[in-house]
Design a protein around this ligand. Structure first.
Ligand code: SF4
Length: 762
């Protein structure tokens, strides 16, 4: 029999935050096959349509293979050596006017290198990731409630819940493997009730027993309505609340995540107006459905899991709705048992691992530290062996501010001159693109550096384009939505001169060091990213030919791991992840030398940091009494509401076949054929009013822009009257030229789900 020469190795899928495990088959230096890992806990052998094609994402015909420098309206091929000089010149000229824009697709070492380069090296906090656009409100919701970020539960909750409530979430398309885990239970005869609270019918709705169609911001009213009924009917969990909760409301005098403490009586009074009938008025969801939800939460004998993603995060009340949903679970005691959990999902593969844990946000430092805290700054300075006072105490610009500053002429006060973008596509995904991205065109003194694998909507305005290695062309470590850290090794060579993003950051740092730039050396004059081999000799990893002489990823991961203990997010040594299919933190060494993961945080027996006899302990409580904060936030309407000129509410989002801006999946012929271009989903009655038929070309207009695309009636998604939906994956139809850039006041995350538009037939 013929012997296959395909070599199989493990990696996580490159795409969504589910973090499915794949087996990657390599033959003759090329990825030739991908399979779901049947032993994997996350996906149990399954992949979705994107995952099965992930290998093809490497082989689009237009991979970037050489650094390109803009000369007038043309690009000239340059060497890496020249490219490093161009970047070093821009930074040296004005380090405080330089910004780094990264991603939840950065691996942990990539993000760690970038934030150390900025915060430790340049003493500049203007680094922020695209995750600001997708899950910043989940972070502020967790911080406001538990004093520490990231979900207490995990995917095992999906296997144990009796009721799954999806809040503005469409997992059938966005996290298909997770959703199939639930549907699989039902097909095996298990009883599970699925409830979809959404603004349009989707593929998820088709599988649900209940569909609660709400207006924009209706989720806030619904959560308040449930809490109102739990208290009015005396159906809340007295014991849980008395043992484990405090009450909070926003403090208008001092708006921050601590809010002001209120009594139970004040909390109760604040909720009084939110009767089911008033909630129906605000949300559009019938009062009896609010009662149904409250009755479910009032039942202690069932397990309820809430799931959410962009619908609750891309929201000008994002922090509020996140806190309110946590609050409903806490108030009812549906917390801390397998299947009883409020759980947010992330869109990107390492939004948790790289952004939230490593600390690549503009206010953050590694391991849950923040730049505004003097003790945290000192810890990082000591660890990096930097002079005291190096780290800037001022948070840098968050994403929207950063791009606003970049797109404002310098003589009008725009104080960011250069942005380096890695692993993301802001030219397609920022809101209000004409203001926050396109306005860069013609600003001669502004300089955009883009590291990517393909030309994108962002490279169209780049001054310097750097070719990047992707996925299994490099080593990596990522952290998915359930706190699971996964590692993989490089399996194939990147094309041409494409190189790892970590190497790119390292090489620029070294170029600055060689020029004598003080920030790139520690107190003893050593290079900030120095790495030594087994004999203790420094390795010139900044020279590409020596980069893989050491496992630089391992070096950075081990360095970062030392930061992870402060907030009890302990990670195992790198080599443990080489052996495992991923582990959920905190991961703690056992007396027998094994490393054990944690499924349910804050819960005795599962979480090693919970004191024996406490049952549940919120050990990072912001009130320092081991209690969670149960918030009241009053309902507020969306930042933009339909009017006579713009009578329709537009929501944007993703589709099954494409991952985010489509820069990878649009290169995969099977996926591109299946979903070739963007469209606008309309309600048939709205279409009829405008004489629009299925497939007609229409013009959609907002206060910020106009776009022509095809109308889709009674298609995959079915918006109610008065609303429309447009996916954002299509770089030829940039819907974000129309979206609003209003942000949540705490998380600074924009709301892509509620822009007022009008549509006319072309
Ligand atoms: Fe990849 Fe997400 Fe699909 Fe899993 S569900 S195969 S992680 S895209």
């Amino acid at each position: 029999a013929e012997t296959s020469s395909v070599e199989w190795n493990k990696a996580p899928c490159r795409f969504c935050g589910t973090g499915c495990h794949v087996q990657v088959g390599v033959e003759n230096g090329k990825v030739v096959a991908v399979a779901g890992d049947k032993d994997a806990e996350v996906n149990k052998g399954l992949l979705c349509v994107k995952g099965y094609h992930v290998g093809s994402a490497l082989y689009g015909k237009d991979r970037l293979t050489q650094p390109l420098l803009r000369r007038g309206d043309k690009y000239e091929e340059i060497t890496w050596d020249q490219a490093l000089d161009v970047i070093a010149d821009r930074i040296e000229g004005a380090p405080e006017r330089f910004a780094f824009y990264g991603s939840g697709q950065w691996t942990i070492p990539e993000g760690y290198a970038a934030q150390k380069f900025m915060k430790g090296g340049l003493a500049n906090n203007h680094i922020d990731p695209n995750a600001r656009l997708c899950m910043a409100s989940a972070v502020t919701g967790f911080l406001a409630t538990y004093g520490v970020d990231e979900p207490a539960g995990c995917y095992d909750d999906l296997d144990r819940c009796d009721v799954l409530i999806m809040w503005g979430n469409n997992p059938a398309e966005m996290h298909p493997v997770l959703f199939s885990r639930v549907i699989d239970r039902r097909s095996r005869g298990e009883k599970i009730e699925l409830i979809d609270i959404g603004t349009r019918r989707t593929r998820t709705t088709e599988q649900c027993q209940h569909y609660l169609e709400m207006k924009g911001h209706g989720d806030v009213a619904i959560a308040l309505g449930i809490a109102h009924l739990l208290i009015k009917n005396d159906a809340y969990d007295h014991q849980f609340v008395e043992s484990f909760c405090n009450f909070k409301s926003p403090d208008p005098e001092n708006p921050n995540l601590h809010g002001k403490s209120i009594s139970f009586e004040e909390y109760k009074q604040s909720l009084e107006p939110y009767t089911p009938e008033y909630v129906e008025e605000l949300s559009g969801v019938p009062a009896e459905k609010i009662r149904m939800l409250a009755d479910l939460f009032a039942n202690p004998d069932i397990r309820i899991t809430s799931l959410w993603c962009m619908g609750m995060n891309q929201h000008t009340m994002g922090t509020a709705i996140n806190s309110l949903v946590h609050g409903v679970h806490l108030l009812s005691g549906h917390f801390g048992k397998p299947g009883d959990a409020p759980t947010s999902l992330t869109g990107q593969p390492s939004a948790c691992g790289t952004v939230r844990e490593v600390g690549t946000l503009a206010h953050a430092l590694p391991g849950g530290r923040v730049v505004a805290n003097p003790e945290h700054r000192q810890q990082c300075e000591a660890f990096w062996n930097l002079p005291a006072g190096t780290i800037n105490p001022q948070p840098g610009y968050h994403t929207v501010e950063m791009w606003e500053q970049f797109c404002t002429p310098s003589d009008e006060g725009g104080d960011i001159d250069t942005i380096w973008v890695q692993v993301t596509n802001p030219g397609q995904t920022l809101p209000n693109l004409r203001k926050l991205f396109n306005a860069k065109e013609g600003l001669e003194d502004k300089f955009l550096i883009v590291s990517d694998v393909y030309p994108t909507a962002t490279t169209r305005l780049a001054d310097l384009i750097l070719p990047s290695a992707m996925w299994v062309e490099k080593n990596g470590v990522v952290g998915n939505s359930e706190r699971r850290t996964q590692q993989w090794f490089k399996m194939v060579e990147p094309p041409g001169d494409a190189r790892d993003d970590t190497w790119q950051t390292l090489a620029v740092a070294r170029r600055l060091f060689d020029r004598g730039y003080a920030g790139m050396s520690d107190k003893d004059g050593r290079f900030l990213f120095e790495v030594v081999d087994e004999t203790g000799s420094p390795v010139p990893a900044w020279q590409w030919e020596h980069y893989y002489d050491v496992n630089f990823d391992k070096h950075l991961f081990e360095e970062y791991r030392q930061f992870s203990r402060l907030k009890h997010k302990d990670l195992a040594p790198y080599d443990e992840y080489v052996k495992a299919r991923g582990m959920r933190w905190p991961v703690v060494e056992q007396p027998d030398g094994n490393w054990e993961e944690t499924r349910f945080r804050f819960v005795e027996k599962d979480d090693p940091y919970v004191k024996a006899g406490t049952g549940i302990q919120f050990y990072h409580s912001s009130t320092k009494d081991d209690r969670a904060q149960l918030w009241f936030h009053p309902y507020e309407p969306p930042a933009e509401v339909p009017d006579e000129t713009y009578p329709l509410m537009m929501t944007t989002g993703r589709v099954l076949e494409h991952w985010h801006s489509g820069s990878m999946t649009r290169r995969i012929p099977e996926l591109s054929r299946a979903m070739p271009s963007a469209y606008v989903e309309m309600n048939p009655d709205d279409a009829r009013d405008r004489d629009i038929r299925n497939g007609d070309l229409v013009s959609i207009r907002s206060r910020r822009g106009e776009l022509q695309l095809q109308a889709w009636l009674n298609g995959r998604g079915r918006p109610p009257r008065g609303t429309v939906f447009v996916p954002f994956f299509d770089e030829t139809l940039l819907i974000n030229e129309l979206t609003l850039d209003a942000v949540d006041p705490f998380s600074k995350q924009p709301d892509y789900k509620k822009s007022a538009v009008e549509i006319v037939k072309v």
